[in-house]
Design a protein around this ligand. Structure first.
Ligand code: GLA
Length: 400
């Protein structure tokens, strides 16, 4: 086992390996870890061909797996129920599991890798496997635990089946699994950053060209994630509605995607749009500009400016895109009042889940205490607060 600097990850690897031994007997051949993610800025821009600035975080989904001589995949989820939960499928006939719904992410990835619907397109031959899985990415909090499961599964199949896929191809196949097998029309951000993240960096991703640039997280600041512990309701239906509204906006503006409209061009043309479409477009178009400016600010060490852009992103998501909620607003407002906070905003799809905060290192402990207290006073809910480091994307921890 290679040395990990991360004790939480080590503990997770030990837990998954023990679950593997209990479920299947013996040792796994490989262990794979995929991180969760947090988005610094660039929300609801990825499916508009725009820009995002996420980082992978030091919370993981770990899979321990061993190949099988047949085409059966047996999955054991160590985190579900007292004894864990199991789901088995045949690679020759992959269908959704209506009972063990968690397994649909793994099934979808196998389906996408095999090119089930591609009629002669790129299709890979997979070997069966026994796999145990567990994680410490909070589930349903908007930190992409499901994309981490997808990317870890893809990496496990790739390694055991000897498939050569680069990080972008892997991300696209995992997105396809989520869009077409699971049925959530997400953009590319989550699978991309989980596939290609880099320790101590955020990635500026161009969601049209699928190219990225590394943006170092300046020293002396921490990424603090505050989970409202308000589970995300409405998210799927509202997410799809927002996508439709953006597509309608792009059509009305006569462009392939909202990415193609500058803030100045929008200023000239917005009056012709219906009110709701106008506000949705304004969010996306100004958010793209904020991402690019935030990268310049971060690279110049102008943390205050970066923070202002994060705050403006929250206001735009709250008022124009209407994907915030009382709990997210309360958490962000508590952070805005706190000393040593450069910026705070909701992160992820919205309607609950987490905020992301750029906090001066020396101010983190007071932040934890005071923001938690203010949030509880405002909402009656206990938050969870995670001080995170930017991590590498998916990794093979052992085996070849
Ligand atoms: C979810 C989706 C992403 C992205 C964000 C909003 O996390 O999976 O593709 O659209 O919402 O920025």
């Amino acid at each position: 086992m290679p040395v990990h600097r991360d004790p939480a990850l080590e503990a997770l690897v030990a837990r998954v390996s023990a679950a593997f031994a209990r479920a299947f007997g013996g040792e796994p051949a490989i262990v794979v870890a995929a991180p969760g993610r947090v988005n610094l800025i660039g929300e609801h821009t990825d499916y508009n061909d725009g820009f995002v600035l996420p980082a992978a975080i030091d919370r993981h989904v770990v899979i321990a797996a061993r190949p099988r001589p047949d085409r059966i995949v047996r999955l054991h989820a160590a985190d579900i129920g007292a004894a864990g939960a199991s789901s088995t499928f045949n690679l020759a006939d992959i269908r959704p599991d209506t009972e063990q719904r968690w397994s649909n992410y793994e099934r979808g990835v196998a389906w996408a890798l095999q090119g089930a619907d591609q009629g002669g397109g790129a299709a890979y031959t997979l070997v069966g496997m026994d796999a145990a899985i567990a994680g410490d990415v909070p589930i349903g909090s908007g930190l992409s635990s499901s994309a981490a499961v997808e990317v870890a599964t893809a990496q496990a199949f790739q390694t055991l089946s000897g498939i050569d896929l680069d990080g972008v191809q892997r991300a696209l196949l995992c997105q396809k699994a989520e869009n077409e097998f699971v049925g959530m029309r997400c953009g590319i951000m989550d699978q991309y950053i989980i596939s290609l993240g880099r320790r101590d960096h955020a990635l500026l991703i161009d969601c049209r060209s699928l190219e990225y640039r590394l943006v170092p997280i300046p020293s002396g600041v921490r990424l603090v994630i505050c989970d409202t512990n308000k589970r995300r309701g409405l998210v799927d239906s509202e997410y799809n509605t927002r996508r439709d509204e953006c597509e309608a906006g792009a059509r009305a503006l006569g462009v392939p995607a909202l990415r193609d409209v500058s803030v100045e061009q929008f200023g000239v043309r917005e009056a012709g749009l219906p009110e709701v479409t106008r506000r949705r477009c304004r969010h996306v178009i100004t958010e793209n500009a904020r991402v690019l400016e935030a990268v310049v600010a971060l690279e110049a060490g102008q943390l205050a400016r970066c923070g202002e852009l994060m705050n403006a992103s929250h206001v735009s998501l709250r008022d124009d895109y209407e994907v915030s909620c009382i709990e997210l607003d309360a958490m962000v407002e508590a952070a805005w009042r706190q000393p040593g906070v450069f910026g705070a905003r909701m992160t992820g799809a919205g309607f609950g889940g987490c905020t992301v905060n750029l906090v001066e290192e020396g101010a983190v402990e007071a932040f934890r205490r005071d923001v938690a207290r203010a949030y509880t006073r405002a909402t009656g809910l206990e938050p969870s607060i995670y001080v995170c480091a930017a991590e590498d994307g998916v990794r093979l921890l052992s085996g070849a």
